[in-house]
Ligand binder design. Structure first.
Ligand code: AMP
Length: 419
C-alpha cells in the first residue's frame, strides 16, 4: 500500500529534536519578557485581503507565495505568511491604542509561504517576532536590535552581522522611488522580465531580485541615503551611534529593502556568517496602522526564522538522562507500580515504563538503548521482601532499597530539589 509522505517544504520535528527547539523558544520568550514584551496569539488563517493590503500587492509574498483558497462560504482566505499584518489588525480591532501608549508584543508560531524549498527555506516555517507599537523614537529600533543581539548571544550564536539601512519616511521614499524608477527605465532592456513589471508597479521591489544581472545593475543606482530628510537622517544616525556604542556587529547596506512594502525608516536583517543565511529581519512600519484603518501609530519589529537558528545552536538532549525507567516484572508488580509512579509524580521526576510482559534481560537492553541513566526493577521477589531495586545503568551497579525509603534514595541519587 502506498504510504503517505509529508508535503514538499513541510517537515516533521521529531521528539529527539524538539528539546532543542524548546530551548530556543524558551530563551526568546524569557528575554522578551525581561524587556517587558507580552505574548499575543493571532490566528493562522486570515482574510487574504489583510495580507494584500498589509504586505503589498506587488511583493513576491503576495504575488507568488501565499497559500490562499476559498472557504466554504466562498470567502478568500490565506494562511498567514508572516505575523505583523495580523498583529496590526488585532491592535486596531481591539483598540489597544486606547488602552496603552506603548504596546510591546511577542509572538511565535508557524508561517506559510509557497516558495521553492531549499536549505533553510521551507513552506511551513516558524517565526518568533516582537513588535513595539506607539513609539517613534529611534531608541525603540535600538531596543529591539539590542534584544535580538542579546538573545542570540544567550544562545551562543556570535558570528552574526546586522545589515541595516533606512528607507526614509513616506516623503523621502516617494522622492527616492521616483528617481529610482527613472534610473531603472534607462536600463530596462537589461532587466529580467519580473523586474520590468516591478519598475512599473513598485520599483523598490527590484532590490528583491535574485538575478545576478539585475543585482549588478543596481550597484550604480544612487543610494537612498542621499534622499533622506533631516528627521530620517537623524533617526538613522542615532541608531548607528547606539550600535557603535554597544558593540553590535553591523554593516550599512543601502541595497537592503526587505521583501515587504510596509517598511519605513529603519530596515535590518541578521546574517549568520557560518551559514551565510538571513536568520532574522525587521524594521520600522510607521504608516501601517494608519494605512490599515487605524490612527497614526508608529511601530517597529522583527521576526526571527527559528528553523534557521536551530542548526546554529548546540544542544545536548538530557531528556532520557533525567527520565527514570520503571521495569515491572509480572502482574503484581504492574499493579503495585502505580504507587511508585505517584511518588515520582510528587517529586516531579520524569519516568517511562512499558506494560508488556518482557524478560528482565530484554528490558535492560531497552533501557540501555534508550540511554536512561537510572532504572527501577520490581518483581515478585522484591515485593515479598518489601524492597525495590534501583540500578545505575551507566555504572552497571544496583542496590536494594527498602520500599518506604525509595523516595529519599531517588532524591539523593538524582539530586532532586523539592520546592
Ligand atoms: P521576513 O518575514 O521575510 O521578514 O523573514 C524574517 C525571517 O524569517 C528571515 O530572516 C528568515 O530567517 C525567516 N524565513 C522567512 N522565510 C522563510 C522560509 N521560507 N523558510 C524558513 N525561514 C524563513
Amino acid at each position: 500500500m502506498e504510504i503517505f509522505t509529508k508535503l514538499r517544504g513541510m517537515r516533521d520535528i521529531l521528539p529527539g529534536e524538539v528539546g532543542k527547539w524548546q530551548k530556543i523558544e524558551k530563551i526568546f520568550i524569557e528575554m522578551s519578557e525581561l524587556f517587558g514584551y507580552r505574548e499575543i496569539r493571532i490566528p493562522i488563517l486570515e482574510s487574504k485581503d489583510l495580507f494584500v493590503r498589509g504586505i503589498g500587492s506587488s511583493t513576491d509574498i503576495v504575488m507568488k507565495e501565499m497559500y490562499e483558497f476559498k472557504d466554504k462560504k466562498g470567502r478568500e482566505v490565506a494562511l498567514r505568511p508572516e505575523g505583523t499584518a495580523s498583529i496590526v489588525r488585532a491592535y486596531i480591532e481591539n483598540q489597544i491604542y486606547n488602552k496603552e501608549k506603548i504596546s510591546r508584543f511577542y509572538y511565535y508560531g508557524p508561517m506559510f509561504r509557497y516558495d521553492r524549498p531549499q536549505k533553510g527555506r521551507y513552506r511551513q516555517f516558524y517565526q518568533f517576532g516582537v513588535e513595539v507599537l506607539g513609539g517613534k523614537s529611534p531608541y525603540f529600533d535600538s531596543e529591539i536590535i539590542f534584544l535580538l543581539n542579546e538573545t542570540l548571544k544567550k544562545l551562543e550564536i556570535f558570528d552574526i552581522t546586522f545589515l541595516i539601512n533606512s528607507l526614509g519616511c513616506k516623503n523621502c521614499k516617494v522622492l527616492y522611488v521616483s528617481n529610482l524608477k527613472n534610473q531603472l527605465i534607462k536600463v530596462s532592456d537589461y532587466l529580467c522580465n519580473d523586474c520590468k513589471v516591478r519598475v512599473e508597479k513598485n520599483p523598490l521591489r527590484v532590490f528583491d531580485c535574485k538575478n545576478e544581472n539585475c543585482k549588478s545593475l543596481l550597484k550604480n543606482i544612487p543610494s537612498i541615503m542621499n534622499y533622506l530628510c533631516k528627521n530620517c537622517k537623524v533617526h538613522f544616525d542615532i541608531l548607528v551611534n547606539f550600535l557603535d556604542k554597544n558593540t553590535i556587529n553591523y554593516k550599512v547596506d543601502n541595497c537592503l529593502v526587505r521583501g515587504l512594502d510596509y517598511y519605513t525608516k529603519t530596515v535590518f536583517e541578521v546574517i549568520s556568517e557560518r551559514e551565510n543565511i538571513a536568520i532574522a529581519g525587521g524594521g520600522r512600519y510607521d504608516d501601517l496602522v494608519n494605512d490599515m484603518g487605524g490612527p497614526y501609530i508608529p511601530a517597529v519589529g522583527f521576526a526571527v526564522g527559528i528553523d534557521r537558528v536551530v542548526p546554529l545552536v548546540e544542544y545536548k538532549d538530557k531528556e532520557k538522562e533525567r527520565t527514570i525507567y520503571l521495569i515491572f516484572l509480572g502482574e503484581k508488580a504492574k499493579a503495585k507500580g502505580i504507587e511508585i509512579i505517584k511518588k515520582l509524580i510528587n517529586m516531579k521526576i520524569n519516568f517511562e515504563t512499558d506494560y508488556e510482559d518482557r524478560k528482565l534481560s530484554e528490558y535492560l537492553r531497552i533501557v540501555d538503548k534508550n540511554k536512561n541513566k537510572w532504572c527501577i526493577i520490581l518483581g515478585e521477589n522484591e515485593i515479598e521482601k518489601g524492597v525495590i531495586i534501583l540500578r545505575n545503568m551507566e555504572k552497571g551497579i544496583q542496590e536494594e532499597v527498602k520500599e518506604d525509603e525509595i523516595v529519599e534514595k531517588i532524591k539523593e541519587k538524582l539530586n532532586v530539589k523539592i520546592s
